[in-house]
Write a new protein. Structure first.
Length: 84
């Protein structure tokens, strides 16, 4: 994992950009899967009224810029899974 799990808890509201610099959406919340106390993904919503969300695994996160509120990914936007 390229970022510590505790950093994922501090990202709600951050913008998410893919490896090409295209906007993916805004972080809605951290998601838990493998362990109940350790987040391992982010839920990202495209717009305010969007129903579908994208699942951004922690392994796909390249960096988190706290000064500008942007999460940079190391993968393309099309490779992210979407869910309801």
């Amino acid at each position: 994992m390229s970022v510590p799990p505790s950093a994922l808890l501090q990202t709600p509201g951050y913008l998410v950009a893919d490896a090409d610099g295209r906007l993916v959406g805004r972080v809605e919340c951290a998601m838990y899967g493998t362990q109940p106390e350790v987040p391992d993904a982010l839920s990202v919503r495209r717009g305010f009224f969007a129903r579908r969300r994208r699942l951004v695994p922690a392994d796909a996160i390249d960096q988190i810029d706290r000064s500008s509120g942007v999460v940079g990914l190391s993968v393309a936007r099309d490779s992210l899974r979407s869910f309801l």
